[in-house]
Every structure is written in C-alpha cells, then in structure tokens.
Design a protein around this ligand. Structure first.
Ligand code: FAD
Ligand code: DLZ
Ligand code: SF4
Length: 511
C-alpha cells in the first residue's frame, strides 16, 4: 500500500478546514491519527480530558472516513503502537511510503521541536504549514509587538476588532465604546435564575473510551463519571447555540461572579471545543455578534464575550510563541514553595479553594475568575513554584494546551514573566473573593479576621506577598496604593500580618 501525502492530524487539530488538509485529495492522500502514550502522559491529564480528546479524535476519524478519506487510526492499545507521534510517523512512512508528510504546526514548543527533529531526518519530504485557525498569525503578532515598550491586550484587541470588522460601525466601535468591562462585575446572588446547561450522553464510542481511560489511567486526577462533553462538531454547535439562546445575555453581568452551587453560571463552556477544533473561533464570534444585531443579547455581554476570544485568546497565543520555549520556566518572584497537596485532594478548610478544586476534579472545568482569583491568586500569594502551578493547570482542565494555559498561568495569574503579559499581579485579599462569591459564608476561616487565629489566609498572605516582593514591584504604578496603605499601618499591625502569614506558610498543607 502506498499514498501520495501522509497527513498527520493531532488531537487538537480536529478541523476539516485545517491547513494540512487544504490542498489534499481524499483519493490520493491518507490521514494519520494516533492515540499515543507520550501525549497522554506528558502531564497526568485529568481523566475527563483524555476521554474527551480520544473520543473527539475517534469521531473526527469517522467523520473524515464518511467524507471519503482514508484514515489510518492507531488506538492507544494497538499492539504495535510506538507510543509517540514520531514513532507512529516512522511506522506509517514505512508502511505507506508517502512522497511527503504534512502536518499543521502543533500548539506546543515540545511537540514542534520533536516533530521538526523527526522531519529533518525523514526519508521523504516534510511540510509543516502554519495553523491559521486564529485571527492573528504569530508573525503578525510579532509585528504588532515590535518596538512597543509594553504590550497591552486592550490595544491588540482593538486591532483585532478593526481587522475582523466585528462589532464595528465603520471605523468606530459599536455603541461608541471598545470595552464594556466596567459593567461586567456584578456579584451573583443565590436566587439568580441560572440556565440548565446542555449535557451530551456518552455514545458507544465515548463509552469505549471512558472504559479505556479508567483501565489505563486509574491514578490520574479527576472523575470520569458524569461525562457530558460534546465530542462532535454537530454537538459542539448545539452547545454553542444553547449558550447563545439561554446564557449569553447574562454573560457580561456575571462574568466575574462565583457561586458554590452553580459552577457554570452564564459561561459558554466552549473553550475545549474551540481548542481542539470542533468550533471555529471567528465563526463563534460572528454568531454571538448576530445575537446582538438581532436584539437578543446586550452589548456588554456580547462585547465581553468577543473580547475573550479575539482579544485574550489571540493575545496569549501571540505571547506564547513570541517569548519562546522557556516561558514555562519564568519565575520573576523566585517562588520556590511546593504545590500544596490540597490542589489534588480539595481537602482544605479554605472553602473557596476546596470548592474550585472539587469542581475541577468533577468537571475538568472551572471558569476564568475561579482559575485566576482563587487557585491562581492563592498560588501567587503563597509563593508556589510557577512550574509546578503550570503543570497543575495543564493537567486538570479539559481545555488546557500549553499555548493558552502557560501565558494565563505564568503570565496572568502568577506574574512570573515579570509583567510581560499583564500590567500588574492579580494579588487580592479575601475581600475580593467575599465580594464576588458566596464561598466565605461557608468557610472555616473568617474573611473579616485579618491577623487572629482563624483569619482568612488570603488576608495576611496578601500583605506578605507585597512585602516580600517590594523590590520587584516598586516601580509598578498600579500597585503603589497598596504600598502606601502598608506604610501607613502601625508597626504592630504589620508584624501581626507577617507573623500570621509566616504561620500559614510554615504549614501550607494543613490550611
Ligand atoms: P467563557 O468564560 O465563556 O469565555 C468565552 C471564551 O473566551 C472561552 O471559551 C475561551 O475560548 C476564551 N477565553 C476567555 N478567557 C480567555 C483567556 N484568558 N485566554 C484564552 N482564552 C480565553 N483557557 C483555555 O482555553 N485553556 C487553558 O488552559 C486555560 N488556562 C487558564 C489558566 C488560568 C490561570 C486562567 C486565569 C485562565 C485560563 N484560561 C484557559 C482562560 C479561561 O479561564 C478559559 O478559557 C475559560 O474559563 C473557559 O471556559 P468557558 O468556555 O466557559 O469560557
Ligand atoms: C492532549 C492530547 C492527548 C491526551 N492525547 C493525544 C494523543 O494521543 N494524540 C494526539 O495526537 N494528541 C493528543 N493530545 C493533544 C496533543 O497533546 C496536542 O496536539 C499537543 O499538545 C500540541 O498542542
Ligand atoms: Fe476563601 Fe478566605 Fe473566603 Fe475562606 S474566608 S472562602 S479562605 S476568601
């Protein structure tokens, strides 16, 4: 058996329009997809994440076969599975003798380097076209960034609005403003009407994958029960439609809110579908924009949502590829503590952390503010080694791929890149969480206590963090006010804060 071109499609490249397939011919070319242990174990992924990706891969292979393609698919348990992408490529080349191997650029430095190495010694031509499922190419981002003293998402985002024409009235932003974020900070109340979210019952393929994951990854973090993800394009589109009709109009108002009983609030729950290629980001934004044009959703919701996708999502990707493969090793505050065990067990008296970790274990999902202001802020304040935090986030979320996860964790949540991505660290005391959530009412610590026994750990750790890192942060105008407050405090109060923080830091695992 032989083929003209062999086209390798990765688990996050499940888009029929992907660049590697663009000039391909189903009659002459062969698609290769492979479940391999290297990819399933470079971190100990959440069980639901592995199940989602394998099931979506299998369904994509089926869809492509139905469309007339020849698909060579290696399952994880196939006897001769080589265990790595390059090993599987080598096997397939021996089997099929292609003239050329084609693969769209992967979303991670690790894979890029390894496959480039493979391509350099391959016995056939090798081509790696750019991944153009993004609004902004990596070259365009670097052009935009060139010569700027500091990068700010807001200015980049405006360029993306102009480029796409989304929410534009001629040269001006729709409704006269680029950004409606100031209207998007309502705390949620317990009695809000929260829409029921769409869940997809596992079909035979998903069930087979769930059994496989349970058998092969029994010790990985996360629950497999209650698997609800869509694994096909059609179902992912249904989930998007459902979000637009039932949740979008409140998305803006409650974007930053957190409620124990409502893990999803009005979020879209589509990042995993976009990231693996089941939904197209620009098309998603256009559908959301249409809801605004049809009078079905207000501007603050629609603008807020679109900013996350053509703004933040594109911006973090640009930074990931611009900074280089050592981004994940950045450690601007020289933070050295180990990740506390409760990030895996949810066994902590801090209700906010227990709740977010528990939800993450159950769903492989937490929304942005939970990731940023609860588990992220705690890790920042407690001085946890950024690499360990990065590996945790990369493992536990179904949408986690390094190009999007690392800048959000290392740059946004931990400010470990020295302020490249964000303008200031997201350091906050317990009062922020108390304002935006109902966690504190149910917590064994008291958010109102600052330095006494039983005081909320976020309160003293906040000041400890600022004091410890004053030298690094002293020129940051956005954080000066906090230092002025600190300087005005009595010496007794300041030492009480630091002692309480030291006490907590000396026994992090028992918090
Ligand atoms: P919604 O709140 O409904 O937002 C809509 C869409 O906007 C998302 O689906 C996503 O595609 C995009 N988006 C929103 N915020 C961001 C952002 N900061 N960066 C990139 N895209 C964004 N997102 C990932 O896709 N993968 C990750 O591994 C990831 N890790 C994160 C780690 C930390 C510490 C933080 C603070 C954020 C992280 N995010 C990550 C961004 C964001 O939390 C998720 O995209 C979002 O929670 C996904 O849920 P949703 O689809 O309901 O999003
Ligand atoms: C995340 C993941 C997992 C768990 N397994 C596979 C796999 O077996 N085969 C595959 O092609 N891709 C997998 N992926 C996604 C890759 O890790 C992802 O393509 C790279 O990290 C590049 O973004
Ligand atoms: Fe979290 Fe502190 Fe509130 Fe407890 S009191 S839930 S630790 S912010």
């Amino acid at each position: 058996m032989s083929t003209r071109n062999l086209i390798l499609i990765l688990g996050d490249q499940l888009s029929p329009e992907i660049s590697s397939l663009r000039n391909a011919d189903p009659k002459k070319d062969t698609i290769l997809m492979c479940e391999v242990m290297d990819e399933a174990s470079y971190v100990k992924h959440h069980k639901k994440k592995i199940a989602f990706i394998f099931s979506a891969m299998r369904r994509f292979a089926e869809e492509m076969r139905d469309a007339g393609w020849t698909v060579e698919y290696t399952e994880l348990k196939d006897a001769d599975n080589a265990g790595s992408l390059s090993g599987e490529l080598t096997r397939a080349v021996e089997r099929l003798s292609p003239e050329k191997v084609i693969m769209t650029e992967p979303g991670e430095w690790r894979v890029l380097k390894s496959i480039r190495g493979w391509g350099a010694q391959a016995d056939c031509d090798f081509d790696m076209p750019e991944d153009d499922r993004f609004v902004c190419s990596t070259a365009e981002f670097q052009d935009w960034a060139k010569g700027r003293k500091s990068l700010r998402m807001e200015y980049f985002y405006r360029e993306m609005r102009k480029k796409t024409g989304i929410l534009m009235e001629g040269d001006d932003p729709a409704c006269g403003r680029w950004n409606f974020d100031s209207e998007n900070r309502k705390p949620a109340a317990d009695d809000l009407f929260i829409p029921k979210r769409m869940k997809f019952e596992p079909d035979d393929i998903t069930q087979e994958v769930l059994d496989l994951v349970e058998a092969e990854f029994p010790d990985n973090f996360g629950k497999l029960e209650g698997f609800w993800f869509a694994t096909t394009r059609d179902d992912a589109e249904k989930a998007l439609d459902h979000f637009i009709s039932d949740a979008l109009s409140c998305f803006g108002d409650y974007q930053d809110a957190m409620l124990i009983e409502h893990k999803f609030l009005y979020h879209s729950l589509i990042s995993f579908y976009i990231n693996v290629g089941l939904l197209d980001p620009l098309e998603t934004c256009r559908r959301v924009e249409k809801a605004f044009q049809d009078g079905k959703a207000p501007i603050n919701a629609v603008e807020g949502f679109i900013r996350q996708i053509i703004g933040w999502r594109e911006y973090v990707r640009g930074i990931y590829w611009m900074v280089g493969d050592d981004y994940v090793n950045k450690n601007g505050f020289n933070a050295k503590r180990s990740l506390p065990h409760f990030y895996w067990s949810a066994d902590t008296k801090m209700k906010c952390v227990a709740s977010v970790v528990g939800q993450t274990r159950d769903e492989a999902y937490a929304h942005h503010i939970q990731r940023l202001m609860v588990t992220g802020t705690f890790a920042l304040l407690a001085g946890i080694d950024p690499f360990e935090v990065h590996e945790w986030y990369l493992a536990v979320y179904a949408d986690a791929f390094e190009w999007v996860e690392a800048p959000n964790v290392v740059g946004m949540a931990l400010y470990a890149d020295g302020g490249f991505l964000a303008s200031k660290p997201y350091a906050a005391s317990g009062s922020y969480i108390n304002k935006m959530s109902n966690y504190c009412g149910d917590c064994q610590y008291a958010v109102s206590k600052k330095t006494e026994e039983g005081a909320c750990p976020f309160n003293s750790l906040y000041w400890h963090f600022l004091v410890e890192n004053r030298e690094t942060l002293k020129d940051n105008g956005r954080i000066n006010r906090a230092y002025s407050t600190w300087d005005r405090m009595s010496a007794d109060k300041r030492s009480a804060y630091l002692e309480r923080a030291e006490h907590y830091l000396s026994s992090l695992d028992t918090l």
